[in-house]
Design a protein around this ligand. Structure first.
Ligand code: SAH
Ligand code: F3S
Length: 439
């Protein structure tokens, strides 16, 4: 018998990449590979990459340079994911010690590609396979109470700043029954919260079932406590979907709702399919249907042609929408996207200044909201030990993080907790003893 080969995967970018890395461990595990957490003792090193912004790609370039040093004789170094898909064979030409370049639709070929690379070949597979859902390949996940479940791959929207449609290909959804079977299996292994993943996840449609059916179906699985999903597209919140959210107990009271800009003119140039009025209307509908719901968002500053007044509209939106959290980005030009051809690119120093102001505004708003939450009680799922200290990290249904004085064995438990303090972004909390109802 040959020796087991060890594979190391380093993951950058979004949650779908985390899920894809688990899938790659599944593909390779089936072929006799074992997982290692350290590049030093790996036979195969894969870097799962993001192409959404230039700085994400630059980080990967630096990291690939470092990993090359750990590459042993006969070892394989591969770049996979969105940057691999975007650059294809050109990446091989630019990085002489990289053996493999593999896009998100080619992961089932990894064992074969790695064997060829071991034989000295350098090769890429970036073909789109729009039928590919990896349905027969069980992902190899880290055991825990929460899990990511990809329900849709690719994207058919054409936001002018975004490279994703070109790195992940056309949109397609898994069959509802397959998703339900996977989630039921996860529950049997101790998972009680799933996050359903897709680029425009609420446009999910398997030919017979829409996203409302998906929420109801998954929500009906015995033992599943919580459903999250990311990222929805604002105008895909149909009345059916909102109704399903309202009546499906497991669906958490939190939505990540990327807005991108507070200016209608900028939204038009981005080819986002809504106005701010419509976006706020969707928020109002969701707030009405799902009491206590919280919102996070993504915002880009410095999009081509963004004027000072248009940027101010974004600041105003942060106040009007009253976000509970926001991920903020400086626009990054992506070769091959329509926005490259737009006029009036915003100078970098102006974009940086705007980003700084936006971050301040968001932080102040979130801080104010979180201070006002001190004293509230919430259900928290204990996820894992916190990075520092001896506390455990819990998450409320509204997606607030709370540090709790509980033993590591509490991972996976649900507790009613009271917020006792906040850093501005995360909370400290104490477990509330169940009280007898007083009549
Ligand atoms: N629909 C996807 C979007 C993926 S990209 C999802 O949310 O799952 C994630 C975020 O990155 C986007 O919402 C956008 O705010 C940001 N982004 C995408 N392209 C960008 C670019 N060229 N420059 C800056 N930020 C970008
Ligand atoms: Fe990108 Fe817009 Fe799709 S942000 S992933 S093109 S919805």
């Amino acid at each position: 018998m040959t020796e087991l080969r060890r594979v190391y995967i380093e993951t950058y970018g979004c949650q779908m990449n985390v899920a894809d890395s688990e899938l790659m461990f599944g593909v390779l595990g089936r072929d006799g590979y074992v997982r290692t957490e350290t590049p030093e003792d790996a036979d195969v090193m894969l870097v799962n990459t993001c192409a959404v912004r230039d700085n994400a790609e630059q980080r990967v370039v630096g990291r690939v340079g470092e990993l090359q040093r750990h590459k042993r004789a006969g070892g394989v170094l591969g770049v996979v994911g969105c940057m691999a898909q975007r650059l294809g064979p050109a990446l091989l030409a630019g990085a002489p010690r990289v053996d493999l370049v593999v896009g998100p639709d080619a992961y089932r070929n990894l064992p074969e590609l790695i064997d060829l690379a071991c034989g000295g070949e350098r090769l890429s597979d970036t073909e789109f396979r729009s039928w590919e859902h990896y349905e027969d390949i069980p992902a190899l996940r880290q055991k825990g109470p929460t899990a990511f479940v990809t329900v849709q791959r690719g994207c058919d929207y054409r936001c002018t700043f975004c490279i994703v449609p070109q790195t992940r290909g056309p949109e397609r959804s898994r069959n509802l029954a397959d998703v339900e079977r996977e989630v039921a299996g996860l529950v049997l292994q101790g998972t009680s919260e799933v996050t359903l993943l897709g680029q425009t996840v609420n446009s999910y449609h398997d030919g017979q079932h829409d996203f409302a059916d998906l929420l109801r179906g998954v929500g009906g699985i015995d033992g599943l406590q919580r459903i999250r999903f990311t990222s929805p597209y604002p105008t895909d919140f149909t009345p059916r979907v909102i109704e399903a959210m309202a009546v499906t107990r497991a669906v958490c009271e939190h939505v990540h709702l990327p807005v991108q800009s507070g200016s209608d003119a900028v939204l038009r140039r981005m080819l986002r399919r809504y106005t701010i009025e419509r976006y706020l209307e969707v928020m109002t509908q969701l707030r009405r249907a799902v009491p206590g719901i919280t919102f996070s968002t993504d915002i880009i500053v410095g999009f081509p042609g963004e004027t000072e007044a248009q940027f101010d509209a974004t600041l105003s939106l942060v106040a009007a929408a009253d976000f509970d959290d926001a991920y903020t980005f400086k626009y990054s030009v992506r070769e091959g996207t329509p926005a490259v051809r737009l006029k009036d690119h915003v100078p970098d120093d102006v974009a940086s200044w705007r980003l700084g102001r936006l971050v301040e505004t968001v932080r102040a708003n979130v801080r104010r909201k979180n201070m006002a939450r001190i004293g509230e009680t919430h259900e928290a799922l204990v996820e894992r030990p916190a990075r520092r200290g001896t506390l455990m990290l819990g998450r409320t249904r509204g997606n607030h993080l709370v540090l709790l004085d509980l033993p590591p064995t509490a991972a996976g438990e649900y507790h009613t907790v009271r917020f006792t303090g906040t850093t501005g972004s995360t909370f400290t909390g104490s477990v509330v003893q169940p009280q007898m109802a007083v009549l």
